[in-house]
Design a protein around this ligand. Structure first.
Ligand SMILES: Nc1ncnc2c1ncn2[C@@H]1O[C@H](COP(=O)(O)OP(=O)(O)OP(=O)(O)O)[C@@H](O)[C@H]1O
Ligand SMILES: [Mg+2]
Length: 425
């Protein structure tokens, strides 16, 4: 529960008090942690300023064309409006049109808002006094606070109404920026997922190849088992092999599912070499098909690090696929190296390098390759690049407190270097 800014009763609210309340409120809501925390702050402060102790803050849900309650304080009874309010509800139309606070008297005088409710509270006229405060930005209704009091309608003097309007304006601005930020975060998550799904096609190719051998061995065992059923050595030995193969297929399926499914980023203690190997498995079929040789040099004693396994895979796959695209149809080599690094300050880091013998990057493009939507792959609509691969890779590495660098020479090839912190800092 967030303590509302301290307030005086509205009868004694002087201009100075209002000013102090307002500035304190604006300061409080300046850096909200989440929409829910902000909603709680807005509601508790509007409620304290108006002396209507209970209420609900409704916020617009653009996608579903309605207003939904985001936070409720105290018991809110027999509301004359539905729990989810459609954009064409008379209350919404009224707030959007008049853009000012509706108090109990105004609400009662609005014919299209008359309570249709047959509850005892409605019939005996014991409905709580209601106040509706619109939160508007740029002429648009973003939210509204519905406040209630069981007491005989607390009188709202003009200065309190002005204070509430000013607070509502500040609240609307804060809510607007927060919702925009949340939208941006969701679009970023969507971008990452789209990028990941693009590489799934390659992974699926690798998967089909990887399970072919274990499946052949399982099939052979099933074919031979009836005639060799008395050969205990054969049955014992082959059962063990088949079980290993089934486990391997299960692990591969899990790897693909984990990669495809979007999960909240999660840092776990990982071996970078292991992640590199898992990516190489998946791309080797495509590489072989294009006559690309993959050479790997993985440091045996690489320290472990706290990494998000699926995100690092996404980064490496992006780099490997870019390297293959750059080599194109002629034979080429991709070299993947890992090693330990000790920075001058003594910290231990690990580095992974992906080097290719592709066409390289022109110097005028080099400074743009991490920009969103920068791509030179316009060849066909089917294989057109999104230009998001490196942007996302860069973001992911930064979120791991790592670094990503590139060096390239046209006609010679390109090297990407990623440095990541280790457990042994
Ligand atoms: N290894 C590389 N060699 C040469 N150019 C590269 C290499 N990696 C990236 N680039 C250049 O950087 C651009 C941006 O790469 P990025 O991965 O962000 O997008 P993309 O590969 O074009 O699209 P997508 O990743 O969606 O397929 C590429 O279009 C290419 O011009
Ligand atoms: Mg790419």
């Amino acid at each position: 529960m967030i303590a509302p800014t301290s307030l005086h009763t509205n009868a004694s609210t002087s201009g100075m008090d209002s000013f102090r309340t307002l500035t304190q409120f604006l300061r409080d809501i300046d850096h909200p942690r989440s929409p829910l925390v902000l909603a709680e702050q807005i509601l508790s402060n509007l409620s304290a300023a108006s002396q209507y102790p209970h209420g609900t803050l409704y916020v617009i849900d653009q996608e579903h064309h309605c207003f939904r309650p985001l936070h409720t304080q105290g018991p809110v009874e027999a509301l004359p409006i539905p729990p989810i309010v459609a954009l064409d509800h008379p209350l919404i139309r009224n707030l959007a049109r008049h853009q000012h606070i509706l108090d109990a008297t105004t609400l009662a005088s609005l014919p299209d808002l008359a309570c249709q409710d047959n509850s005892p509270a409605a019939m005996f006229g014991t409905l709580p006094y209601t106040l509706v405060i619109p939160l508007m930005t740029r002429g648009k209704l973003l939210a509204f606070a519905l406040l209630q009091s069981q007491l005989k309608s607390p009188l709202l003097i003009p200065m309190t109404m002005e204070l509430l309007s000013a607070m509502a304006q500040g609240a609307a601005n804060a809510l607007d920026s927060l919702l925009m930020y949340e939208d941006l975060r969701q679009s970023q998550a969507l971008m990452r997922r789209t990028d990941r799904l693009r590489s799934l096609e390659i992974i699926a190719g690798g998967f089909a190849h990887e399970i072919r051998n274990p499946l052949t061995s399982i099939k052979t065992f099933i074919q031979l088992a009836p005639e060799r059923k008395d050969d205990t050595h054969f049955i014992g030995e082959f059962s063990r092999i088949v079980l290993d193969d089934v486990n391997r297929i299960e692990r591969l399926i899990q790897e693909i599912l984990d990669y495809a499914r979007y999960m909240e980023p999660q840092l776990t203690d990982e071996d970078l070499n292991d992640i590199v190997m898992s990516c190489l498995y998946f791309i080797q079929v495509k590489a072989e098909r294009h006559g690309i040789k993959i050479e790997k040099e993985l440091a045996p004693e690489l320290p472990r690090g706290m990494l998000d396994r699926q995100q690092i895979k996404q980064v490496l796959l992006n780099l490997l696929l870019n390297a293959m695209d750059a080599i194109g149809e002629k034979p080429g080599i991709i070299r993947v190296r890992t090693h330990q690094l000790q920075k001058p300050e003594g910290d231990h880091w690990m580095q992974v390098e992906i080097e290719d013998t592709g066409h390289g990057i022109a110097s005028e493009n080099l400074e743009h390759i991490f920009d969103p939507f920068f791509t030179t792959k316009h060849t066909s609509t089917l294989n057109e690049g999104t230009g998001l691969g490196l942007t996302i890779a860069h973001q992911i590495i930064q979120e791991h407190r790592g670094e990503m660098h590139v060096s390239s020479e046209v006609g010679q090839g390109t090297t990407f270097r990623i440095t990541l912190p280790t457990q042994r800092q």
